[in-house]
Write a protein that binds this ligand. Structure first.
Ligand SMILES: O=C(O)C1=C[C@@H](OP(=O)(O)O)[C@@H](O)[C@H](O)C1
Ligand SMILES: C=C(OP(=O)(O)O)C(=O)O
Length: 428
């Protein structure tokens, strides 16, 4: 049976590992870096070559989006490569329609890019994305000179934007999502007046903004703090590193099962904050080795609870919750109230599902506490959230009777997730 997302059954049983794994794997390309590189390449007149691409629902959404904006994309999926012939958005004509699907990055990065065009662009998404906040971005684009029409509820998709957005100085809240800031910064070089953002509240997910600046720089743009001078992107050959959030699952598996897992292509030079998830496993008692090119986690058999603020690396909070179940003392995660506005309310979802398995987990405004325990046989609900499916599946590597409802939702960022999880058993 194929374990690729599209081929999975409605409910998937996870089999506990018979022995600790000892494997090395290369996670799929980074969703965050792929979608940044696609935007920068689309705004760079000429041909860019992107290698190491992630092909998953979120990046297909972005491929469709940049094509809608006028870029020509030629994908070679087997080679994980895309050629992008970029455009000058300021010369664009005609109304365009973008479907960002479930992808927050696509919606939040494409809207400012569409606002560069002196023509109407409609941005919409799935029912799930329509429920996620866009108001700070819409307000900022209006303040910077674009016309934004609410096509349904104000502050939510769908919207229609007409540019060109002139740029200048703008105030933006930072506590809801960093994606508004990243999206604005990436459009910044092509704003006539450039862009300066002043944050009106503390920024969450800070490393993603650093990654934005790094990818922009690779495509020839300048970012000085939160200021982007007027300029241009130049076409570039860009190699995308593996996804650090995706890497959290196999690394967690090593800690949970007392095995050894190496993730290739991600190390101390990574652009992604989520590589720091390995630091948390180390604090909990796992052994971690890092080089520039790889991270190895070895489970030691002992796992201790920790108290940790995960505002910078919140995509790995559910992974940590799964590890925390097998520790010898409680784990408290704080700083992540904003993940209630992701694919689902992730604080509520993770606590509800752990409790469904008989684990004493407690929700609070800003995070959750997991008291260790033995998971009962459980069919886990996944709320159409890939990270719920991937995290709860980890419990099944040790606890018998774990089943995952709608495992196909992993297609958002990691279509081969269950195939990679099965490799832990084969080589153990
Ligand atoms: O910029 C990015 O690539 C991302 C930023 C984060 O979102 P928030 O800034 O909304 O926390 C993260 O959760 C998401 O998966 C990807
Ligand atoms: C929150 C996520 O995605 P996005 O915001 O890009 O939809 C995620 O991948 O966990």
């Amino acid at each position: 049976m194929s374990l690729l997302a599209d081929d999975l059954p409605d409910v998937l049983a996870v089999t506990p590992l018979a022995s600790p794994p000892d494997v090395s794997l290369r996670p799929p390309g980074s969703k965050s870096i792929t979608n940044r590189a696609l935007i920068c390449a689309a705004l760079a007149p000429g041909r860019s070559t992107l290698t190491g691409m992630l092909f998953a629902d979120d990046t297909r959404a972005m491929l469709g989006a940049v094509a809608a904006l006028g870029a020509t994309v030629t994908a070679d999926e087997a080679a994980l490569t895309v050629l992008v012939d970029g455009i000058d958005p300021l010369a664009a004509t005609g109304e365009v329609h973008v479907d960002a699907r479930q992808s927050g990055t696509t919606g939040r990065f494409v809207l400012p890019a569409a606002a560069l065009r002196p023509a109407r662009g409609i941005v919409d998404g799935s029912t799930q994305l329509r429920a996620r906040p866009f108001a700070p971005l819409v307000d900022a684009l209006r303040d910077l000179g674009a016309t934004v029409e609410d096509l349904d509820q104000p502050g939510f998709l769908p919207v229609a934007v007409t540019g060109p957005v002139a740029g200048g100085k703008v105030a933006l809240p930072g506590h809801i999502s960093s994606q508004f800031l990243s999206g604005l910064l990436m459009a910044g070089p092509l704003m006539a007046e450039g862009l300066t953002v002043e944050l009106t509240s503390p920024l969450v997910s800070v490393p993603y903004v650093e990654a934005t600046a790094a990818v922009m720089a690779a495509f020839g743009a300048t970012v000085e703090g939160l200021t982007v001078p007027p300029g241009a992107y130049r076409p570039t050959a860009y190699d995308i590193e593996p996804d650090a959030s995706a890497a959290s699952y196999p690394l967690a598996a090593a800690a949970i099962t007392g095995g050894r897992v190496t993730v290739e292509g991600l190390g101390t030079r990574s652009l992604q904050g989520d590589v720091r998830f390995a630091d948390l496993l180390e604090r909990m008692g796992a052994r971690v080795e890092r080089t520039a090119e790889r991270i190895t986690v070895t489970g030691t058999g002992a796992l201790h609870g920790i108290d940790v603020d995960m505002a910078d690396i919140s995509d790995t909070a559910q992974t940590l919750a799964a590890v925390a179940v097998f520790a010898d003392s409680p784990t408290r995660v704080t700083g992540i109230g904003f993940i209630r506005r992701k694919e689902t309310d992730r604080v509520a979802a993770v606590v509800t599902e752990l409790r469904r398995a008989g684990i004493d987990a407690v929700e609070d405004e800003d995070g959750f506490t997991v008291n260790p325990g033995t998971p009962a046989p459980t069919v886990f609900e996944t709320y159409d959230d890939h990270r719920m499916a991937m995290s709860m599946a980890l419990l099944g590597l040790r606890a018998p009777g774990v089943q995952i409802r709608n495992p196909r939702c992993v297609a958002k960022t990691y279509p081969a997730y269950f195939a990679d999880l099965a490799r832990l058993a084969q080589q153990g």
